[in-house]
Design a protein around this ligand. Structure first.
Ligand SMILES: Nc1ncnc2c1ncn2[C@@H]1O[C@H](COP(=O)(O)OP(=O)(O)OP(=O)(O)O)[C@@H](O)[C@H]1O
Ligand SMILES: Cc1cn([C@H]2C[C@H](O)[C@@H](COP(=O)(O)O)O2)c(=O)[nH]c1=O
Length: 213
């Protein structure tokens, strides 16, 4: 019987999370079958997906930044209760595209609400449940946004359109969190060619699967 393992993926816009996850999840499915559960934030269930639709319209909808922080946190609570916790209770391996560090970086850093304030509201939501490992794909803002603008063809949302300084604060906060919680948050250089980013990420996942087996 496998042990429960919770892995989250993080990164600023255009870091390559989607590309890396697509590549590795098909490999991991072959290896782990139904023991692997993949999910994303905001989302994963009807309530959290409905909150996602409010949070991520293509145009600015005038949302207050504290409202935004609370909605991401509410979506996370439902995600934890409905998706993450039940899967971990069944000893599954859960991989989530984004989790609490996104709120710390985007709302705490990017929006300037403060890491401590965002941590506090999230504690109420996550009740101490942190990932066993967080894989942070790091890319300078200019490179990430250029990738998004070049390649996304019309699928640019409200946060992609924020100022460079917003995205810089997001990245700086991720780097601060990574250095503070380096036991949990592992950094991958996402400026490398995609195959190399995938290889580095695969090594980290295999390592935790081995450590926990
Ligand atoms: N290492 C890489 N080198 C060059 N291009 C890359 C690399 N990784 C991803 N890309 C390209 O950058 C674009 C954005 O990648 P992707 O959608 O995987 O990023 P993301 O982190 O999921 O972005 P977001 O979180 O903003 O949705 C895609 O067109 C992808 O092909
Ligand atoms: C969970 C979470 C997400 N965000 C932002 C970050 C991204 O701009 C979008 C999610 O888009 P993705 O391409 O699907 O990764 O939402 C946030 O600001 N705060 C959060 O807690």
């Amino acid at each position: 019987m496998p042990k429960p393992i919770f892995i989250s993926f993080e990164g600023p816009e255009g870091a390559g999370k989607t590309s890396v996850l697509e590549a590795l999840i098909s490999e991991l499915k072959t290896k782990l079958g139904d023991d692997l559960v993949t999910t994303r934030e905001p989302g994963g269930n009807p309530i959290s997906e409905a909150i996602r639709a409010i949070l991520q319209p293509e145009e600015d909808n005038g949302m207050d930044k504290r409202t935004e922080a609370l909605l991401y946190t509410a979506a996370r609570r439902q995600h934890l209760v409905e998706n993450i916790k039940p899967a971990l209770d069944q000893n599954k391996i859960v991989i989530s595209d984004r989790y609490v560090d996104s709120s710390l970086a985007y709302q705490g850093g990017g929006r300037g609400l403060g890491i401590d304030n965002i941590w506090e509201i999230n504690q109420f939501a996550i009740d101490g449940l942190l990932p066993d490992m967080t894989i942070y794909l790091d890319v300078p803002v200019e490179i990430g946004l250029a990738r998004v603008n070049e390649n996304r063809q019309g699928k640019i949302d409200r946060l992609d359109k924020e100022s460079i300084s917003f995205h810089q604060k997001v990245r700086e906060t991720y780097l601060k969190l990574q250095s503070e919680f380096s036991d949990r948050i592992k950094i991958v250089d996402a400026t490398q060619p995609l195959n190399k980013v995938i290889d580095d990420t695969r090594i980290l996942i295999n390592q935790i699967l081995e450590d926990k087996s």
